[in-house]
Ligand binder design. Structure first.
Ligand SMILES: C[S@@+](CC[C@H](N)C(=O)[O-])C[C@H]1O[C@@H](n2cnc3c(N)ncnc32)[C@H](O)[C@@H]1O
Length: 201
């Protein structure tokens, strides 16, 4: 998805045009993030706050930290979310160190595919470190499907760097999380990954 469409006034319509399953994907993320009960949530690549809004609805007592490289997208997110539910809004890249944990939940929709493979691996390690034991990471993103004919989401080589699902599952496991695939549709997938309560000895 082209970077110049990350403008809050056109984004909601644009994303639904290019990703017809957008609302189903967002609902799948929110449902997957409905447990564990959360007090503190991190949304990576939060955009206009669509994921945050749906996830916060399921955690009435929680507050959220929003991260995105676009100040304009985050300003729009702030407008749609109740002030007392937003702990902080950070204009920074997903390649940068994450805000300090612990978080009960980390969510990210349609953003991690902008990173190079090596940066995705580093990000997954950082997410594992900021998650509480028993916490959950929910990732929804564009992937490279096994059958490349199933790829229908427009990707631009200079901004979009989707990877295969099996590679990402391996990187998430290597980071110390336990991933499972909850939903796929062509070149879209939703993964939930838990940080074990007890770390392996
Ligand atoms: C397709 S939008 C997804 C927004 C939101 N998560 C949603 O589901 O509607 C991708 C978002 O990722 C942000 N983004 C792209 N590359 C990024 C990077 N390297 N670091 C941080 N944010 C990035 C963009 O600014 C944009 O808001």
């Amino acid at each position: 998805m082209a970077q110049n469409h990350f403008q809050p006034d056109i984004y909601p319509e644009y994303v639904r045009l290019k990703v017809p399953e957008y609302d189903e994907l967002e609902e799948t993320v929110a449902e997957a993030a409905s447990t564990p009960a959360a007090a503190r949530i991190l949304d990576l690549g939060a955009g206009t706050g669509e994921t945050a809004r749906r996830v916060l609805k399921r955690h009435p007592g929680a507050s959220i930290v929003l991260v995105d490289s676009s100040a304009e997208m985050l300003a729009a997110a702030r407008e749609t979310l109740a002030e007392d539910r937003v702990e902080s809004v950070l204009v920074q890249k997903l390649e940068d160190p994450l805000p300090p944990g612990p978080f009960d939940l980390v969510v990210s929709a349609l953003a991690v595919h902008h990173l190079e493979s090596a940066d995705k691996q580093v990000l997954f390690e950082r997410i594992a470190r900021v998650l509480k034991p028993g916490g959950r990471f929910v990732l929804a993103d564009v992937i490279v499907p096994q059958d490349t004919e199933l790829a229908s989401t427009p990707v631009a080589s200079e901004f979009d760097r989707p990877d295969r699902l099996d590679d990402q599952l391996a990187w998430i496991s290597e980071a110390g999380l336990e991933p499972s695939v909850l939903w796929t549709n062509g070149d879209l997938a939703v993964i939930a990954a838990c940080r074990p309560e007890m770390e392996p000895a």
